[in-house]
Design a protein around this ligand. Structure first.
Ligand SMILES: [Mg+2]
Length: 262
């Protein structure tokens, strides 16, 4: 009979953030996105150039995303217009097909779901550029969590808050419901410390991506998503509980190596 250690999670599902998680920060998309948000605030909302960067930082910090923050403090704009301005002009050409990641994902015998604050068009485009769009059973994007309610006046369909996005717990709970996943058997990959912390609080096992060292709330740290197999070999073997100690060794080894590189 197989011995199952209750302290060793057996994963059924992998939940992935997209931006700066499934592709590296060095692609430049995040920087371009930040610049586009600032431009949107100045050009479309008429916010004064002086202090706009600071305002954006405050809104992002307090409300989770710049968009949620702008809406919370009273700016009115169409979500689609915002997304096409902010995401529509990103340097997608910087994203190249990633056969290494594709092979890793396709060989994993587990459910795989993308969970992004980005709009559907952005998520699809980025996944297509990376050539991994067919590696996931489901994509949870901005529109998934914030469906248009034009045709419905039913109070049940009204959102709890103006914009539902990570890192709020509501966003995670909705994602679990939509993807029908159990957080206790799900491994969550994200580059955002805030998202990781909420993820941990709602029961996920968490992997901070793009950093060499763990933070409060992250169970593991992974410098690159490409290191997945070295860090979590048991994901491929299914139920090998003996790999737990090996994983810890690998994870810390990766952290040390990348600290030196950095
Ligand atoms: Mg991210």
């Amino acid at each position: 009979m197989e011995f199952v250690n209750s302290s060793t999670p057996r994963y059924e599902c992998l939940l992935f953030d997209l931006d700066d998680t499934l592709y590296p920060l060095s692609s430049g998309l995040s920087d371009a996105c930040a610049n586009n948000i600032i431009e949107f605030m100045i050009e479309k909302l008429g916010i004064d150039e002086d202090g706009v960067v600071e305002l954006n930082q405050i809104l992002y910090k307090k409300y989770g995303t710049s968009m949620a923050g702008l809406k919370a403090v009273g700016y009115e704009f169409d979500n689609d217009v915002y997304h096409s301005f902010v995401h529509g002009r990103l340097p997608y050409e910087n994203l190249k097909p990633d056969p290494v990641l594709r092979n890793l994902l396709l060989s994993l015998p587990l459910r795989k779901v993308v969970f992004s604050n980005g709009d559907e068009a952005h998520v699809r485009k980025a996944l297509e550029r990376l050539d991994i769009e067919d590696c996931f059973e489901k994509i949870i994007s901005f529109e998934t969590l914030n469906p248009k309610i034009n045709d419905s006046c039913d109070a049940d369909y009204l959102p709890e808050i103006p914009v539902i996005c990570k890192p709020t717990e509501i966003a995670f709970e909705k994602a679990f419901e939509i993807a029908q996943l159990n957080p206790n058997t799900t491994l969550f990959f994200d580059d955002s410390v805030r998202n990781i912390q909420t993820g941990k609080a709602v029961g996920l096992h968490t992997v901070l991506v793009g950093k060499s060292e763990k933070v409060g709330g992250s169970d593991y740290a992974l410098k690159s998503i490409h290191n997945m197999k070295e860090a979590f070999p048991e994901l491929w073997s299914g139920s090998d509980n003996d790999k737990e100690s090996e994983r810890i060794a690998y994870t810390s080894q990766i952290s040390i190596e990348t600290s030196v590189e950095a």
